[in-house]
Design a protein around this ligand. Sequence first.
Ligand code: NDP
Length: 444
Amino acid sequence: MSYVDEVYNYVVEKNPAQPEFHQAVKEVLDSLRVVIDANEEEYRKDALLERLVTPERQILFRVPWVDDKGQVQVNNGFRVQFNSAIGPYKGGLRFHPSVNLGIIKFLGFEQIFKNSLTGLPIGGGKGGSDFDPKGKSDREIMAFCQSFMTELFRHIGADTDVPAGDIGVGGREIGYMYGQYKRIRDTYEGVLTGKGLTYGGSLARTQATGYGLLYLTAELLKCNGSDIKGKTVCVSGAGNVAIYAIEKAQQLGAKVVTCSDSTGWIYDSEGIDVALLKEVKEVKRARLTEYAAARKSAEYHEGRGVWSIKCDVALPCATQNELHLEDAKQLVANGVQAVCEGANMPTTIEATEYLQENKVMFVGGKAANAGGVATSALEMSQNSERLHWTFEEVDAKLQQIMVNIYHNIDDAAKKYGMEGNYVAGANIAGFLKVAEAMKAQGIV
Ligand code: NDP
């Protein structure tokens, strides 16, 4: 049996009931076969892959808090510090009822390669809780965030582990957690990213993942003889990534006709009105039905359906496993040219394979959504320097990083005889740097 298959079986056996983690490992290891087979003896002896798939540290903790009725609630808290070979652990915190250890491990594992791809010195980690922020009052959110940080603070630090936001964790939650960290530690340091602009946050961090996704998509199209300008784009999600992906796509001259949330989706034949979407989602924190009610050209549909709309470019920006095989078939039948992932692992393995087999340009989240973490690393740099860069400076660096990522993954795919396979290119380019650092640092 090949080393890759052995290690995949080892992961399944050692981590039962964690299907998302198995899926993430399978996707990465399968695309690394050519590199691993070429170095099998050395990697095997050093148990490099076994070390790579085993987190350096996993922290599980209780998060008790009191709701507005005076009732004590208990949630589970997680922080998985996966790999620090190339820098301090870096990765977001997700608050969503679906969160469990397997989901955090899948995200933390992917984060290792994504962070490596940015070219910046950041290791991989991820955390979160099964807490559901939906419908909670501001006071309840603060109570939860303070309790969460009352345990997490002892495991993180500006040079150790620097969490950020993810699903359910935006500026408000980061603010409450940062306040509690500072109070306990009595230290003003860049321990979290995604902070507010008045206390160490970076301009353009809010926009970074969505904007970065479009910078990479535009470069992908340009280098393949096409242009983002004039394209029809379908986006899923209506959160941080989706909103700023829609905004940048429109700035670049594309027309975005869909968005979605966990209950339904919008088709807007005139193109999504970003100002209205921000009002509904960022200010009112309401459902998309309110968007449809305020706009004549918009249709609201319950459930899933974004991928049934004809488009040139599809950008899944909601959550994992939201683009299935039948969606991929529909997209191909409708003539889609490119699919770039704003979310983490939104496309199932079968759907990815179908898109690739049908010559759709496909860029996975590790490369396509790396703009968020890259700008978080720029926030860390500004905090260390005690400086504040302008929006234009940060945005220009972000754009350059995304263009570089595209060329790195394209070059890696070509070098290993898989031209156009950007998934393999991203995994190989991200892996090689981490593997080399792990080798240089000995058996730790
Ligand atoms: P948000 O919480 O801001 O938005 C998530 C969006 O996806 C919301 O519209 C939400 O709907 C929808 N959604 C969440 N869960 C589900 C579900 N189970 N089914 C259908 N829709 C769902 O999160 P972000 O925009 O920050 O994150 C989106 C994705 O991007 C995630 O995969 C995240 O890991 C990834 N990502 C985020 C980065 C960032 O900088 N924020 C960086 C890199 C990746 P509703 O409004 O109903 O909750």
